[in-house]
Design a protein around this ligand. Structure first.
Ligand SMILES: [Zn+2]
Length: 165
């Protein structure tokens, strides 16, 4: 068994790490990220991107992201987006073309605890919670600080809109 992390490639202000079953992107996405080139890294007609550590995407990065989605659709590639960070969820909500035909398996969402004031970005499993998410009903989350139930800290009809067709 090895505990060493796989090496990360640097592309502008973004890094790419090959996790084996997914490519993990981290940092900021801009025109130097060359996202569309990731299409060539798909395995068995499938490209899985882990997006937990993406903190920012600028307008040129969004343009490149849309190119990547279009190229994936053209070559019938299944794209899975996993652990999508909040900044990318906002893009998926604002610009429909950024969704392409990608399947979002999980994503981060803002929660707040009324009891202790803690605010946290928590991971939502979009498959397990599919039925309530399409009804714009945020899954309940427990505060890691005090154990109280946390409240969803955005407008569900806005934050979950990327999940509707
Ligand atoms: Zn709390």
């Amino acid at each position: 068994m090895t505990t060493a992390n796989p090496p990360a490639e640097t592309r502008g202000r973004m890094t790419v790490t090959d996790l084996g079953d997914a490519l993990a992107l981290a940092g900021s996405i801009d025109e130097t990220a060359a996202l569309h080139e990731l299409i060539g890294r798909a395995h068995a007609n499938r490209l899985t991107l882990d997006l937990a550590a993406v903190i920012f995407i600028n307008s040129l990065g969004v343009r490149d992201w849309i190119r990547m989605q279009a190229a994936a659709q053209k070559s019938n590639l299944a794209v899975e987006l996993r652990r999508v960070s909040e900044p990318l969820v906002h893009q998926l909500n604002m610009i429909i073309a950024t969704r392409g035909a990608a399947h979002v398996s999980s994503f981060y969402a803002p929660y707040a605890c009324d009891a202790c004031g803690r605010e946290e970005s928590l991971l939502i499993d979009a498959v397990a919670h599919h039925d309530r998410l399409v009804k714009l009903d945020p899954p309940p989350m427990t505060c890691p600080e005090c154990g109280a139930q946390m409240a969803f800290n955005d407008f569900p009809e806005r934050y979950f809109s990327f999940l509707s067709a």
